[in-house]
Design a protein around this ligand. Structure first.
Ligand code: HEM
Length: 390
């Protein structure tokens, strides 16, 4: 799969060109076997909504494994790790966590998110420029929010942020990733066992006392929510700010009319599509798609960045336009596995970017754009640091 980017905010040109030729393509995986790559928006959504395509990890092959690692996962899902499960097991794990992430539940969190955002921006302002926006703002805000929601002590962030970054990094060995997973799992398991003794009103506490999920399942789910809950939104806050700072006309439009903010967040999600290597699936039976036969067991990768830049779905898809409607984008996936945390991520992005733009009218990059360290080596695209001044 083409992975070399020419420009930091655009998917690899080789990937985008595929949309001009066909909706699906043969894809040679790093171990040499041939599978399929689907780039067209309508087909990506159709496959993600099609129960004949399995998400089970024992069948999945990932398109961008760690160097030297086997793309074939080959192991059943870890307990609670619902992203690797099919129905009905998937539903059993997902149902108990749907409530806290609905739009209404997230709306109730907004004042607290606003407070966390304001506190971090005030601290950054007090320290004075230049600042690393990732360390001062983009990483701590979603980390603190997900910690409070789950009931994970924020004081332990150094450990879980480091282990989380290892878990999603493609530069570390498979053994290091397994070690990071074991560390996170042990950490969450301790918290879950503690809740069994002293139940609390946070999400871990409610999963312990209000569901029939076992300790290992709640711990695994906790690892997934904790890591996906901060790495992703941090990536979007950093990269979204970089996108706006390098598109001054869009930044000016947004500053002139803050009512554009919710739409601008959707557009940034579409344009940047940080889940940049695509989503793996495996057909359980032979399936015909667009006149091509995909055999049961063949590896299929759905490219979310290519789908979100498909000209058949979005006019001038390579243009960042905060006034457009980006409805229907697949930055959060689609179908039964569509992101659990999407409403929370939207709220954090809207509140975070809104406060940053209004509170720092002179915000600018403190280094040339070429010097911004990009997280191309992580499963979620983003920036490792974003030096800014104001
Ligand atoms: C699933 C993207 C934020 C938790 C997904 C999927 C994508 C995605 C593409 C689908 C994966 C698949 O189909 O295999 C994003 C992006 C985010 C974000 C771009 C931020 C901008 C969050 C947050 C949380 C979260 C804040 C938790 C609080 C999850 C979980 C799943 C998931 C648990 C698995 C859902 C399932 O399998 O049913 N996310 N996510 N994500 N996301 Fe997010």
């Amino acid at each position: 799969m083409p992975t070399r980017r020419d420009a930091p905010l655009d998917p690899p040109p080789g990937l985008l060109r595929l949309n001009e030729t066909a909706p699906l393509h043969r894809l040679r995986y790093p171990d040499g076997h041939e599978g399929w790559l689907i780039t067209r928006h309508s087909l990506v959504r159709a496959v993600l909504a099609d129960a004949r395509f399995s998400a089970r990890s024992e069948l999945k092959r990932v398109p961008a494994p760690r160097p030297g690692a086997d793309p074939f996962i080959g192991e059943p899902a870890l307990p609670g790790w619902l992203v690797d499960m099919d129905r009905p097991e998937h539903t059993r794990i997902r149902r108990p966590i749907s409530g806290p992430f609905t739009m209404r539940a997230v709306d109730r969190l907004r004042p607290r998110i606003r407070q966390i955002v304001d506190e971090h921006l005030s601290a950054m302002r007090e320290q004075g420029p230049p600042a690393d926006l990732v360390a001062s703002f983009a990483l701590p805000v979603p980390s603190l929010v997900i910690c409070e929601l789950l009931g994970v002590p924020y004081g332990s962030r150094a450990g879980f942020q480091r282990a989380g970054a290892v878990l999603f990094s493609l530069e570390v060995s498979a053994a290091q990733a397994t070690e990071a997973m074991a560390e996170l799992d042990g950490f969450l398991l301790d918290l879950v066992r503690h809740r069994r003794r002293r139940p609390g009103d946070d999400l871990l506490g409610r999963l312990v006392s209000g569901t029939d999920l076992g300790d290992e399942e709640i711990a695994g789910l906790g690892v997934l929510l904790l890591t996906a809950g901060h790495e992703t939104t941090a990536g979007m806050l950093g990269l979204g700010t970089l996108a706006l700072l390098t598109h001054p006309d869009q930044l000016a439009a947004l500053r002139a009319d803050p009512a554009l903010l919710p739409g601008a967040v959707e557009e940034l999600l579409r344009y940047l599509t940080i889940f940049h290597f695509g989503v793996p699936r495996t057909p359980l039976v032979d399936v015909e798609l667009e006149g091509r036969l995909i055999r049961a067991g063949e590896s299929v990768t759905l490219s979310l960045p290519a789908a979100n830049r498909d000209p058949a779905a979005f006019d001038a898809p390579d243009v960042l336009d905060v006034t457009r409607s980006a409805r229907g984008h697949v930055a959060f996936g689609y179908g039964v596995h569509q992101c659990v945390g999407q409403n929370l991520a939207r709220a954090e992005l809207e509140i975070g970017l809104g406060a940053l733009l209004s509170g720092f009218p002179g915000l600018r990059l403190a280094v040339p754009v070429e010097d911004v360290p990009l997280a191309a080596d992580s499963g979620f695209y983003g920036v490792h640091a974003l030096p800014v001044a104001w």
